[in-house]
Design a protein around this ligand. Structure first.
Ligand SMILES: NC(=O)c1ccc[n+]([C@@H]2O[C@H](COP(=O)([O-])OP(=O)(O)OC[C@H]3O[C@@H](n4cnc5c(N)ncnc54)[C@H](O)[C@@H]3O)[C@@H](O)[C@H]2O)c1
Length: 401
């Protein structure tokens, strides 16, 4: 299949592009490389020494004999070039991962909020409008987030995107409908993913676009069978307080002998998935595209399991003796929540998820230890505050960190 991987230089996108290529697909990476510039803005770099994209692609060809091309293009700001690319390449599937994806980054200040909304909403909308303009029936597979559901405790197993509701019409007869599950975004980033859902619904209904939206949990791990083939293929490993995901940051803290910074009580329950499952799920979604019809967006929860943050910290304490430090939570969120999630659709497609086990943490820990010399310990704690007053109050303390 001809597949365009938008955001194919990123943490999930790079291993997705290689995995699809290795499974016989003809892959073009479309990426503005903005994520590399964001590292410069934040004054951090990936824990792993990520090679420039042309070098990565040359190494992939050298090691496997497979060609993956790159087109440098900003989806949000170059809509005409995007339409021209789609018209010329005519991909059969478009995997869309090209968004600003860090919740803390999106909450830093008004400029970062605007940047996140402008980038994410326009990137998604430009893609959908271009597909209609070009008349291309490509299946869109979007990486969304479990965060759109919010994290209040609900006594249900979260359904996959839709809530079945019945309500009485004027005569008292029952009307039955599936509606998008009410969103409760916890950051501007999550808000943009909620807005994406409405864009998808509109274009599926109005134009018959075929769309799969994957509501993904927090990704842990860093390597996949493809990125392990050569050191030049190594994947990103973000450990900083903006882009680092919770478990990967804990691993770096543990490797450096720093306390694991648990926000508040650590009672937050979140959905997790290993990176190897992320790439498998995206392939399963792409390869089952014939089952997706216009009119209704297919929404699948891309989750292996749910875990409580303090239990993760306790596991690393048991495994490595890492100390745990409870720090004030910079986010505005429930201190404790329950979370159960339905994942029937991806399991029906063949997903047998990797569950977090101590032995599986070893490889990530080994990576963290190998590159520990590249870590700036001051950049590990999350500093972006959700609440403006607390942000102002925290400023002097943060400066001293
Ligand atoms: N990493 C996670 O834990 C996680 C969890 C749930 C969902 N997701 C979703 O998966 C997707 C990929 O996440 P990631 O962790 O790989 O992020 P990432 O920041 O590492 O990668 C995103 C890539 O998209 C590119 N990009 C961003 N804006 C662009 C634009 N306007 N035009 C062209 N390229 C652009 C960046 O340069 C980068 O290479 C995101 O949409 C994210 O919301 C990620």
């Amino acid at each position: 299949m001809r597949i365009a991987v938008l955001g194919g230089d990123g943490f999930c996108g790079w291993p997705v592009a290689l995995h699809l290529s290795r499974h016989g697909h003809d892959v073009t990476v479309v990426d503005s490389l903005v994520r590399r510039r964001t590292d410069d803005e934040l004054g951090v770099e990936s824990l792993t020494p990520v090679r420039p994209l042309p070098e990565r692609l040359a190494a992939w060809w050298e090691v496997t004999g497979l060609v993956v091309r790159h087109v440098r293009l900003d989806l949000a700001r170059e809509p005409e070039r995007l339409a021209a690319l789609l018209a010329a390449e005519r991909p059969e599937a478009v995997v869309h991962l090209a968004e600003q994806r860090a919740a803390p980054y999106s909450m830093r200040d008004a400029a970062h909020k605007r940047y996140t909304v402008d980038t994410n909403v326009n990137a998604t909308h430009n893609l959908l409008a271009a597909l209609v303009e070009v008349g291309l029936d490509a299946h869109v597979v979007h990486l969304g987030t479990m965060g759109v559901y919010g994290y209040e405790t609900a006594a249900v197993d979260l359904p996959e995107g839709y809530l079945h509701v019945s309500y009485p019409d004027r005569t008292g007869a029952s009307i039955e409908r599936d509606v998008l599950y009410p969103t409760r975004p916890g950051s501007v980033y999550h808000l943009t993913k909620s807005l994406d859902q409405l864009l998808f619904q509109f274009y599926a209904q109005n134009d018959g676009l075929r769309i799969t939206d994957l509501h993904q949990g927090i990704v842990w791990g860093t390597q996949t069978p493809e990125t392990r083939l050569d050191p030049r293929l190594v994947n990103r490993f973000d450990y900083d307080g903006d882009y680092g995901t919770v478990l990967n940051r804990f691993l770096v803290q543990a490797a450096l002998g720093l306390p694991l910074t648990v926000h508040g009580t650590g009672g937050q329950t979140r959905a997790f998935i290993n990176l190897e499952d992320t790439v498998r799920c995206v392939r399963l979604a792409v390869e089952s595209g014939d089952a997706v019809v216009g009119g209704r967006v297919r929404i699948m929860n891309q989750v292996a399991e749910t875990l409580r943050v303090r239990d993760l910290a306790a596991m690393l304490h048991r495994l490595l003796g890492a100390e745990v430090a409870h720090v004030p939570n910079p986010r505005a969120e429930a201190a404790e929540n329950e979370l159960e999630v339905r994942t029937d659709q991806l399991r029906d497609l063949g997903l047998e998820p990797i569950l977090l086990e101590e032995r599986l943490l070893e490889e990530s820990l080994e990576t963290a230890r190998r590159y520990a010399g590249r870590v700036d310990p001051a950049r590990v704690p999350a500093t972006a505050c959700w609440n403006a007053e607390r942000r102002a109050a925290a400023a002097p303390a943060e400066a001293g960190r």
